[in-house]
Write a protein that binds this ligand. Structure first.
Ligand code: C6P
Length: 392
């Protein structure tokens, strides 16, 4: 076994069928889809096919909008800043509600707007790691709240929030709801006729599509103030030449992801549970969040007395790729936003290690990873106990 990739919440491999679908648009059909000559017009219909796949993949209504962009970070920034601008344009002080377990693409955008004068309320998680709908209900001020932005499934724990209830609460109060759906899409059903969110954001590379392309869903009537001006693309809501090959790839990837949802719920879950059971046999290890409440591919385990950097290094040396948290905060190896939000291991040295599978993960890989993890824990705890004895 050379290498085992268990960091699929950071990014995934591009499905070979997705790569094949994208291929002709680099060297054969490369025209600008907005050009009026044949190089452009021959490309245009493929954007329609890709969009149809996205609409059906999230069960959006034909009248809703799906704006193609560069990634979920852009989508999250667009929704939050757009609603801020809308309030400012209407001479209102924006008040936004978010949670303590958001991805930095939401939390840091909120912090930035706070510096510009917005009021930001941050909802805590309950003992299960979930944002309680009652807390949301209490926090909303129908006269003042501009936007609620909550993560659908958390990228570190995989815990799935009760988004259907949030949608109903926001609708009752006439408040707009944005859901960061990056870690939900391709892992659990995402149905925009069932969940009453105004906006959702996602990135193709989390479901075996290419990096550098994402989408923002906007429900009919919810509106968006564009952040990028300078062209009529995306109905004037996001200017800039559309990345056709990647858009085609995202459409194909979502189509395949939806077709594989049952496989995620059964086979990916079975392998995840096998790995989780083995991890739980190790002393002083806890897994965050009940299995039934999580996406089928994710484990965030807390290893007591382990140093994060050493653990990650040891796993990597032996061919297992995991992560101490989200890839974008990996430079601060010890800080784990979920542990902070859930108040885990504040007094003791705990390392959170995330293992995230995909439909490409095999049983042999899981068996190999189990051995590597067990041995890494033995080695590192052995070294730290020797160090402790030296101090005595
Ligand atoms: N999370 C992780 O290791 P981009 O990078 O823009 O495609 O996606 C950003 C993003 C937004 N929301 C959530 C919930 C996410 O998980 C991510 C990406 C990766 O957890 C990389 S930081």
């Amino acid at each position: 076994m050379e290498r085992v990739y268990l960091d699929n919440n950071a990014t995934t491999l591009v499905d070979p069928l997705v790569k094949d679908a994208m291929d002709p648009f680099f060297t054969k059909m490369y025209g600008n889809p907005n050009s009026l000559h044949s190089f452009g017009t021959e490309v245009h219909p493929y954007m329609g096919i890709a969009l149809d796949r996205l609409y059906s993949g999230i069960n959006a209504d034909d009248d809703d909008d799906i704006i193609i962009n560069s990634c979920a970070t852009e989508g999250n920034n667009t929704v939050i800043k757009s609603l801020y601008f809308e309030s400012v344009l209407n001479n209102k002080k924006p008040q936004m509600i978010t949670s303590s377990i958001e991805h930095p693409a939401v939390s840091e955008t909120m912090e930035f707007l706070e510096r510009l004068g917005a009021e930001i309320k941050i909802l805590p998680v309950n003992s299960e790691g979930i944002i309680d709908p009652d807390e949301l209900r209490k926090a909303i001020d129908p006269d003042r709240t501009t936007l609620v932005s909550i993560i659908w499934a958390n990228n570190e724990t995989g815990l799935i929030n009760p988004v259907k209830e949030y949608g109903e609460i926001c609708r009752e109060n006439g408040v707009k709801l944005h859901l960061d759906a990056v870690q939900a899409i391709g892992k659990i059903p995402v149905d925009m006729k069932d969940v009453l969110a105004d906006y959702i954001t996602f990135s193709a590379h989390k479901f075996h599509g290419p990096k550098g392309i994402g989408a923002l869903y906007v429900r009919k009537g919810s509106g968006i103030v564009p952040l990028l001006h300078g062209g009529e693309q995306m109905a004037g809501l996001r200017a800039g030449t559309v990345n056709v090959p990647y858009m085609v790839g995202m459409g194909q990837a979502l189509d395949l992801a939806v077709k594989n949802l049952d496989f995620e719920a059964t086979e990916v879950r079975r392998l995840r549970d096998k790995l989780e059971d083995a991890i739980l046999e190790i002393d002083d290890v806890e897994v965050i969040g009940r299995r039934e409440l999580r996406t089928p591919n994710t484990i965030l385990a807390s290893f007591k007395g382990m140093e994060g950097e050493a653990f990650l290094w040891d796993l990597n040396q032996n061919g297992v790729a995991a992560s101490t948290g989200s890839a974008c905060s990996s430079e601060s190896l010890e800080s784990n936003p979920t542990f902070v939000a859930m108040n885990i291991g504040a007094d003791l040295a705990h390392t959170g290690m995330r293992f995230s599978l995909s439909r490409y993960t095999t049983e042999d890989e899981i068996d190999y990873a189990i051995d590597v993890i067990r041995n890494a824990v033995k080695r590192i705890r052995g070294i730290s106990s020797t160090k402790n004895k030296e101090y005595i």
